[in-house]
Design a protein around this ligand. Sequence first.
Ligand code: NAD
Ligand code: MG
Length: 389
Amino acid sequence: MNKKLSILGSTGSIGKQALEVAKKCGFEVTALTASSSSAELEKQIREFKPNIAALVDEKAAQDLAVRVSDTNTKVVGGIQGICECAVEKNADIVLNAIVGMAGLLPTLDAIDAGKDIALANKETLVAGGKLVMDKARQKGVNIYPVDSEHSAIFQCLQGNTSNESLKRIILTASGGPFFGKTRAELADVTVEQALRHPNWEMGAKITIDSATMMNKGLEIIEAVWLFSVPQDKIDVLVHRESIIHSMIEYEDNSVIAQLGLPDMRIPIQYALTYPKRYESPVCQLDLAQLATLTFAKPDYDTFDCLAICKEAIKRGGLYPAAVNSANEQANTMFRQGRIRFLQIGELVGEAMERVENITDYTLSDVLAADRKARDFVMSKVGDTLSFIG
Ligand code: NAD
Ligand code: MG
């Protein structure tokens, strides 16, 4: 397929799988970016020969520029460098596989430049959903979901021309490594235990988000923006096997589901080749061999992040941005061993109560809410540590 693709966050879990898909489909790769993984980015530059590449780390970018001076790839640094890659002029589509709300600015710039977006970076929509969707509409840009649940919903919605007959979205959730546990049992879980996801191999941040079920909460908000559906029409269903990736229920109670093995290369490829489908390296689904698929209700009391996200999108405005940023900060601190597992939800919930809401927000409002929520979590943890000490 003759398509030109830029990948932001190309050294991560989604980024690497996207490069695999690009290679198989014969896409030309126009830009690649990473935070600081310069050795991996150098390898990718040599193999995929993009026109431009960027590292957030300026010093690492300067070193890399010297190392690849024998190639035709221009290397730039900093957030502005990532944004330069997002608008690389030859690209038809930009896959955003950056982790966290750091992906928001490049997404907005890419849309401004008229690029279609394949979006894995859900935090972009959680933090700035209104900004992103308004801009996409203005520019006539398509946003294709990469997140497996949203890709499933998008696939189930093919042929549906309006939301009129759509009764509900059923967002499936694996439940993560701690499904069935009580809060008492979660009090002392370790980072290592939280990083052991039953079905998916992903980056560290989203793996912890799956353990707290914050990930599913973020996905409710992501679905609200992607599909223009109110949050009370989105239900979460625990499905341990991650075979049904999500479902749509129509007015007549007919339910349409999308199934497949849990492998991100399917949704990545569909976002890039839509509306066409091509062969994929992912194995065929053998339902007879699987024999059983199971379902359960989510536990909103134990997994408080899920309830907090529902509340945040119900309140609207800057609440989702603040909740997302508090979680990014708390998630990092948990991985650093600075807070306990259950503190993540507690901190995110408290940060939500400190939001000064603006419904018709601007980008600078989102950035201010982001700063405030992170500062709140950091100061709160500082207090706790000195209290414990
Ligand atoms: P990852 O940590 O494996 O990779 C993240 C990429 O972003 C890396 O290339 C990294 O260098 C880059 N990056 C990190 N911080 C950055 C910053 N501040 N500015 C610019 N670039 C930065 O993450 P991942 O698991 O690939 O997830 C990427 C996104 O896709 C996340 O939003 C995640 O929620 C979403 N997602 C991931 C999966 C999955 O299977 N991994 C599935 C669905 C959705
Ligand atoms: Mg998902």
